[in-house]
Design a protein around this ligand. Structure first.
Ligand code: SF4
Ligand code: SF4
Length: 337
């Protein structure tokens, strides 16, 4: 497997890591065997989250007895000191590993949230203390928001960023370039565009062409997927001209239907979080995380069906998405009960 360094952490990792989101829906023995297979094939970077159900514990079980170094990354939505301390304790217990290599602030959306994290009672202080105690090695941040990550890169608080990037979502390229210049590690989430792309090998090799990327973390829950995804990094070959044409075709075909979560369409006068509604629909339909996606959709304060079709959002979408029609589809799928 091609190895790259994760920015200033100096972790030498395989370019393809393991995304821990989908294993939460598997029975324990199957989840453990999938992670073990990935480890045998050379994965040495695994990313999970407190918000991914049982994922941390399942990964911890798979790592028992594994005799090579595997870097463990996880993340928490906690924003306060006390909440982060509790989450860190749970993560350490779940992985049963004594030290977590990378702990990240999960899905930070606004500068206000980041200010809270960095404040005197904020979650950053809890991770800094843990770092001094040797419980956490590095601190990172994850987000879908370009401006937030751009701002975070200027603070020098973080060793890594985690951001979406795939054939139909390339808006992060300027961030990756900036991060590379500052020697900040770049972790790529959503390499399959939330399940919208079905050729894993092509999707991953597209990402690997970018030298500013440190590691890509596809979620994997089938043996075939593990083989196919890891093969892209083990037997890496640059994209051929035909493959580049195929990628352009995918961009054209999916481009007018796929939400990149940039948030430019907001605010909606009805308070609908448009990108969150589309994200949950993607998880529900394409990722087979139906219960997980449904519970997160149910927690949204305003639902797709509240759209009054005023049309204010559509001219603001740089990808010309038919937001009103797409929201009707979301409502049909996620509000049928
Ligand atoms: S069309 Fe619907 S989603 Fe868009 S701004 Fe109006 S109410 Fe909100
Ligand atoms: S609907 Fe368009 S503007 Fe809104 S988040 Fe998605 S891609 Fe961005």
């Amino acid at each position: 497997m091609i190895q790259r360094t994760l920015g200033k952490t100096n972790f030498d990792i395989g370019v393809i890591g393991f995304g821990g989101i989908p294993i939460q829906r598997l029975p324990e023995d199957k989840a453990v065997s999938i992670v073990k297979l990935a480890l045998e094939k050379g994965v040495n970077f695994i990313d999970s989250a407190r918000a991914y159900g049982d994922s941390e514990r399942l990964i911890g079980l798979a790592l028992k007895g594994h005799n090579k170094k595997c870097f463990i990354a996880t993340k928490s939505m906690s924003r306060t000191y006390d909440a982060m301390k509790k989450d860190l304790e749970i993560s350490l217990k779940n992985f049963d590993c004594g030290v977590i290599d990378l702990y990240q602030f999960h899905l930070v959306k606004t500068k206000g949230q980041l200010d809270q994290i960095m404040g005197p009672d904020g979650a950053y202080r809890a991770l800094k203390e843990a770092q001094e105690q040797g419980l956490v090695k590095e601190i990172g941040i994850t987000s879908h928001d370009f401006d937030l990550i751009n701002y975070a890169l200027d603070t020098d608080y973080f060793s890594t960023i985690q951001f979406p990037y795939n054939i139909v979502e390339s808006q992060g390229e300027a961030l990756f370039k900036k991060a590379a210049k500052k020697n900040i590690g770049v972790i790529i989430m959503k390499p399959m565009a939330g399940g919208a792309l079905d050729n894993g090998n092509l999707a991953i090799r597209y990402i690997l062409e970018n030298p500013n990327i440190s590691v890509v973390i596809p979620g994997m829950d089938e043996e075939k997927q593990v083989e196919e995804n890891l093969n892209a990094g083990i037997n890496y070959i640059p994209l051929s001209e035909d493959e580049k044409d195929a990628i352009d075709k995918i961009k054209r075909e999916l481009g007018t239907k796929f939400c990149r979560r940039c948030g430019y369409c907001l605010p909606c006068p009805q308070g609908i979080d448009i990108p969150a509604a589309f994200l949950m629909e993607g998880y529900f339909t394409r990722y087979d995380l139906t219960e997980w996606a449904q519970s997160r959709y149910d927690a949204l304060p305003h639902k797709a069906s509240e759209c009054i079709e005023c049309g204010a959002c559509e001219p603001r979408c740089p990808y010309n998405l038919q937001i009103r029609d797409m929201l009707k589809d979301v409502a049909l799928k996620l509000e049928k009960r």
